[in-house]
Design a protein around this ligand. Sequence first.
Ligand SMILES: O=C(/C=C/c1ccc(O)c(O)c1)N[C@@H](Cc1ccc(O)cc1)C(=O)NCCCOc1c(-c2ccc(O)c(O)c2)oc2cc(O)cc(O)c2c1=O
Ligand SMILES: [Ca+2]
Length: 472
Amino acid sequence: QHNPHFFPNRTGIVHLFEWKFKDIARECETYLSPNGFGGVQVSPINENAIVFKRPWFERYQPISYRIITRSGDENDFRNMVTKCNTVGVRVYVDIVVNHMAAGNGQVNGTGGGTAFIPDKSYPNVPYNETHFHETCAINDYNNAVEVRNCELVGLPDLDQSLEYVRARIVNFMNKLIDFGVAGFRMDAAKHMWPNDLSVIYNRLNNLSNYFATGSRPFIYQEVIDLGGEAVKKTEYISLGAVTEFKFSLEISRAFRGHNELKWLKSWGVKWGLLPSKYSLVFVDNHDNQRNGAGGSEILTYKFPKMYVMAVAFMLAHPYGTPRIMSSFFFDFIDQGPPANVSTEEIISPKILSNGTCTNGWVCEHRWTEIVGMIGFRNRVRGEAIANWWDNDNNAIAFCRGNKGFVVFNNEPDDLQLTFNTCLSRGNYCDVISGRKSGNICTGQQISVNEKGKSVIRIKAQSVVAVHSGAKI
Ligand SMILES: O=C(/C=C/c1ccc(O)c(O)c1)N[C@@H](Cc1ccc(O)cc1)C(=O)NCCCOc1c(-c2ccc(O)c(O)c2)oc2cc(O)cc(O)c2c1=O
Ligand SMILES: [Ca+2]
């Protein structure tokens, strides 16, 4: 339940938020695989409510468990899972089973299905009102029963203690396992009872023959817990990994300058974070990049210099299983993905010859700095942090064994110092400013002497990272 089943020497899950399956398949083959990414998280694949103006959150309002959304249909999904697995990239599906779509009267779904609310009738599952909790609103997040048994923002709340409901959910998830998925993101897990989730997970099949025999699905549960509520993230860690929102908040605060970087020396459980093996970590996610949990502190693509440093630190540090957010540009927090105005069909990202995306897609996972740090993380796997250095303020540096070295300068001025890189003598390419291309560096080159020392210049609000895989 805690193992993402990455292929050897791969790391990082990229959340290709709102991407179409055809585009995901191509991204697996042409980019994620060659660059060492471990997996991709896809948006909810089951039929969702069509909400006026197509806000992004409509995909979190299920109408049925039929595989048909604006990302594609069941066939498109199966083809994508096959193609991604074939090139060594795992697929994780976002599962929304705490609730069904809200509405008033008939609600239409992305697959032509319908629902009738508030009589809680979803004929394409089918669910009727006997499968839901009594209508009550979650008002008090200090009441753990209310948080699980009442309605999250008015969304009809499924009763996962019922055998019938468990069966519908298990059948849906087992179908995806048999297609070859590696695991699931359990949306709004905080609003479901751990015991009910445990029963459901235990009924899931072992993974398909893309995996070692007897492999269990990788489960990571969305539990928004920044403290101060009755429901605790620790209630779920025996069942699977948990999304660590405190990681997102604290790393954003640090690189915004609201905490000196020197305190990151103790980064991990000492900061109140979950034990590393249970922790799914990220700088931002689809919700909190829009002022969800963590509010305006969260760093996003809108603050590129600070964001790059935060993502680089996440990938340079051994703590947790990292997930990279890959967004579409948005001005309004409800805004949905780039779509054709009349057909409302999602517009595919267009990849330019320099590898960047257009058509309204940010493609953070294609930024030189971020893909460079995926290579760093793959190279230094298993190596402990060594030789921590800081200037007692906002400049820090550390080695990963004798395979990698990284330095962060969050000071207002450039920095030039002699560092002990732990690396062997030679010339290395900084994987933040560029990459190793044949025998040259497209970005900054770092020279290390026979004592492992190097004079390095780091611009203000920048990071430099070198590793033994980028030695020329
Ligand atoms: O902003 C949103 C959507 C947010 C959202 C969606 C998916 C997520 O995975 C998520 O974490 C948040 N939704 C908008 C609009 C909205 C949507 C549906 C609705 O019935 C009413 C309004 C909104 O203003 N939502 C209220 C604040 C965000 O409250 C939501 C939370 C949520 C937020 C903070 C928490 O500590 C927490 O335990 C749960 O989780 C969702 C999960 C869903 O599966 C679907 C949802 O509609 C929501 C959801 O509304
Ligand atoms: Ca619930």
